[in-house]
Design a protein around this ligand. Sequence first.
Ligand code: PEP
Ligand code: MG
Length: 747
Amino acid sequence: MPHRLETESRKLLGRLREALAADNEGQARLDSVVNLIANSMQTEVCSIYLFRDTETLELCATKGLEREAVHQTRMRLGEGLVGRTAKSRSVINTADAPAEKGFRYMPETGEERFSSFCGVPIQRLGDVLGVLVVQSKAARKFTPDEVYALEIVAMVIAEMTELGAFVGEGAALSARHQQPVMLRGSVAQEGASEGKVFLHEPRVVVTNPISDDPEKENDRLYAAIEELRKAVDNMLVGARSADTDQIQVLEAYRMFANSDGWLRRMKADVENGLSAEAAVEKEQSLARARLSKSADPYMRERLHDLDDLSNRLLRILTGQGADAKADMPDNPILVARNIGPGELLEYGKKLKGIVLEEGSVGSHATIVARAWAIPLVINAKGVVREALNGDPILVDGEQGIAHLRPDDTVHAAFRDKLAMQTRAQERYASIRDLPAETKCGNVISLQMNAGLIADLPSLAGSGAEGVGLFRTELQFLIRNQMPKRAELSALYSRVVNAAAGKRVAFRTLDIGSDKVLPYMKPNDEPNPAMGWRAIRVGLDKPGVLRMQLQALLRAANGGPLAVMFPFITQIREFRDAKAEMDKAIAREKILGHPLPSSLEVGAMLETPSLAFAPDAFFDEVDFVSIGGNDLKQFFFAADRENERVRKRYDTLDVSFLSFIERVIKRCEVHNTPLSFCGEDAGRPVEALCFAALGLRSLSMRPASIGPVKHLLRRVDLSEVKAVMDDAIANGDQSVRRAVADWLVYQV
Ligand code: PEP
Ligand code: MG
């Protein structure tokens, strides 16, 4: 019996192929498909529902329901049995549809006459595109083999809709891909840009979902699997010298690549008439639907493995995507589910914008995008499904919005925004070589934050006086293996050379918390931001710190050197870290290497406790740099990565400012140079208030230097201070409102 039905499903696919090859298109083609399925399966009804937008399904073709209902009947995701099939991404098969939970009577279709219902999601790579439904008067459940045949057919339909085969009167899916869509996400890097969609992982287009030669297809499938296995084995060979954790991950990969179950299912699909590519996609879709429902994080991780392997297999089979970058359009806007910092670095600065479906404000990819001032919107749900390569797209990094295929009105408003941005850039460029001197004659030193060699050209372009924070961990994060000392030393000396005499404050490795090195065993800590991180790791396991200090001393090559330690909370930690530096110097001396002509050893103040350190600390330290990002999260007990709590607390809150003022005063008393290098230093109003409190050195993203300098040059700090004092005397929670109101009359 199953064999007969499998043959039936092959026959059905054969007929489907003929229907697809026929000379009709759009609605006519869609109609012929539902007719064919209804006839083959001997059901009174066969219908196709497709998503009109992300929430609404529309009846797009039917055999058996009222024809007038086509393009009229709609339901929301989750509504009725069709909506439930789409929402649950699973088959609903019932002999008594009207008795089923959620059944919705739609008089225009006349469907109450039908008792049995079988709905199969039409999905592609885990995205549900619509629902294929068969219904019959007889009260019977469809057999597993019939359901299987429907799944196979749904797979083929998914490919057809994707190819734009069903352009109905503004209703089919490919039509959806022509509509403007606004995607609301979150701000990760400000700025506005206009360009063309460039998909990080271009959709593999399967043009031949059906095959009539299962044997040949199976040979292709086996050959591709063999190639995939070899590739995974090679990755393992390459990883031999790496950390055992990485090998474990690759072993899991290999296990999947060799999984008999996976291969068996794909083979069965091919024997039933699918092409090898369509079989891979079908299993990928089903596995994704199953696993994405899993609450088990381990299983969800495996989903990524399986997904990755399936994509590789598809690329091998279709020969597509091997050199994706060749097709990069002009003004590319990268669209991806997520991206790692290494991949982003490979694309380089030619990207005009980035829109991610996932991502986070503190991710390493975000840090790279910010360093390059590439507008970045994260958490833009649905963008990968909605966007097609080459689509026009506008990225509004100010609002955290992406406009896909924008209409003329949106476009015009956006162009105004871009023009304003350009005018502002011209204004900033005109003051680039002027000092950030206020009207009252105070000069604020503006420096830039960096972490990559690629950042260094901004030193000249932005007008920064130096690098106030060089995050050395980025170099560790973008590698698969711990860098060697010689590599580090070469890298740091390139930084020193590129800085061409300007001061660079190198911060030693700040890992832990959200910065996890792929080749270091992760610590399962309940609260990693307050856990074993930064200098705590450096002092407990000093091997890497020592290597880094030595590399830095060598990179200085007899010139000046400034080094600072992250996350110093007490004098003891600073002294221990400084002792490591002293030992490194002693070693270099013995080896006869040149020592730096001058050496500054500083500490980052990132926890409130350091502001209360003994006087001796302020005497011993060569400079202090306030790491406002961490300091603020500990001051307000609000996770910097948690958007919900982070936004509750204002940097210009009176209590936070009075704390900063305290640090400024303590440093003044001890003549200790002080700087501020958190993100807030690059926000003009914040920078202004810090300067009014007495801060004379700020380090920020290069793109922020222009706006901050522009504002500083127009104000008198004593006036700003008076406004702040008034607000404090008024009992205001934050001085923001008062300063903003005052600024309105200054510019
Ligand atoms: C900070 O905490 O403010 C800082 C500059 O360091 P990071 O953002 O790298 O933690
Ligand atoms: Mg920090």
